[in-house]
Each structure stands twice: as C-alpha cells, then as structure tokens.
Design a protein around this ligand. Structure first.
Ligand code: ZN
Ligand code: ZN
Length: 69
C-alpha cells in the first residue's frame, strides 16, 4: 500500500500505518500517533477510565477532526 497523501502530491511512498478511522494508508511522515484515553463502559456502571492510554494511528485529516470533536 502507498501513502495516500503522498500519492495526492504525486509521490510514491510506502505506507507504514493505516488510519484507524478512515483506513487510509500513511507513510511515516503522514502518520499521527495519538495516545487516546480508553473508557470502559458497562451497564449498570458508568464508564470508568482505564489507567492505560492506547496509541492509535491517525491520518492528518482524521487527526484534525479528532481534535475538533
Ligand atoms: Zn506520506
Ligand atoms: Zn484517517
């Protein structure tokens, strides 16, 4: 798979990760690794926050949306 963003710019770079939201392949330069809080929800208890953060791979577009949301 090639990096989608590089491909848009006419470059051909191998993708090293896949965005967990949109599934776009991204190269090292275009991959954003975010530490996301993990919430465990379970009826009838309110969601509780797990002590760990899980790193997730996002493309720049989804990272931007994620910040806004
Ligand atoms: Zn790229
Ligand atoms: Zn994405």
């Amino acid at each position: 798979m090639k990096c989608y963003i590089c491909a848009q710019m006419g470059k051909s770079t191998d993708a090293v990760a896949i965005c967990i939201i949109c599934g776009m392949g991204t190269c090292m330069e275009h991959t954003i690794r975010r530490e996301v809080d993990v919430w465990e929800g379970g009826y009838p208890f309110p969601a509780k926050k797990l002590p760990k953060k899980i790193p997730r791979m996002l493309c720049p577009d989804c990272n931007a949306s994620y910040k806004e949301g």
